[in-house]
Design a protein around this ligand. Structure first.
Ligand SMILES: CC(C)(COP(=O)(O)OP(=O)(O)OC[C@H]1O[C@@H](n2cnc3c(N)ncnc32)[C@H](O)[C@@H]1OP(=O)(O)O)[C@@H](O)C(=O)NCCC(=O)NCCS
Length: 204
């Protein structure tokens, strides 16, 4: 694990979480371009375009998956993004139950402000949405590119990965799999949530 070199610059009270609207597309793109990079630190355009398309689809179809949240700072600037999606065939074939398990996808925070709680706030709110939708467990798959920051983040929240998915991202590119039982799912009562989206975002 790398040393934490600076104190928090961004109090969590100044982070706002809302559903993705893509009204600041350039800022979302900038966050993806600084995070989805190859070994030469260049943006992987095809992957970035695929994520942006997925985000557009979600905005156009807000009642379905995937669903994304964005974090904004007090001046409205986009600070990070994170989404939920139904688990894929690969996980289903491994015996993971799609009815009760939801996958966390595309977790990216502005590289200038990581380790300031933005990712944690996004995750807290996504967990709340997951539970209000009736899910009991979350899955995360993360490849070697995100070993340092990403794997540490998931391990901090979900404990050690439960499995290594061999060559999941192509030859020799293994992924780690986290599967985490959401304790809050045990005490959540559906009638606490008259409106899904609002309840999720009021939870802070
Ligand atoms: C993973 C990510 C979304 C977390 O967002 P964040 O705003 O930094 O998260 P938080 O501030 O809430 O939590 C920080 C935790 O993440 C982990 N972490 C983040 N950056 C780290 C780094 N450079 N070195 C080690 N751990 C790191 C640590 O567990 C850290 O906890 P700590 O600060 O108490 O030690 C963000 O670091 C990111 O965008 N990383 C690059 C893309 C990525 O890896 N995405 C996941 C793909 S599966």
């Amino acid at each position: 694990m790398s040393e934490k070199t600076s104190e928090r610059k961004l109090p969590t009270s100044s982070i706002n979480i809302r559903m993705l609207s893509l009204n600041r597309p350039q800022e979302i793109r900038a966050i993806l371009e600084s995070n989805i990079i190859n070994g030469q630190h260049l943006p992987i355009i095809s992957e970035i375009e695929a994520v942006i398309k997925r985000m557009h689809d979600s905005v156009n179809n807000p009642d379905n998956f995937p669903r994304f949240l964005v974090a904004t700072s007090s001046d409205g600037a986009v600070a990070g993004v994170m989404g939920l999606n139904r688990i894929n065939e690969d996980l289903i074939n491994r015996g993971i139950d799609a009815e009760t398990t939801i996958e966390i996808i595309n977790a990216y925070v502005d590289t200038n402000i990581t380790r300031n709680g933005v990712g944690g706030e996004l995750l807290t709110n996504l967990r709340h949405i997951a539970v209000t939708l009736g899910f009991k467990r979350v899955a995360v798959i993360s490849g070697p590119r995100f070993k340092e920051k990403g794997h540490e983040f998931w391990t901090k929240h979900f404990g050690k990965p439960i499995d290594t998915l061999k060559s999941y991202y192509g030859d020799g590119n293994d992924a780690k799999l986290w599967l985490y039982q959401l304790p809050e799912a045990n005490f959540y009562k559906p009638d606490m949530s008259p409106s899904l989206g609002n309840t999720a975002l009021e939870h802070k």
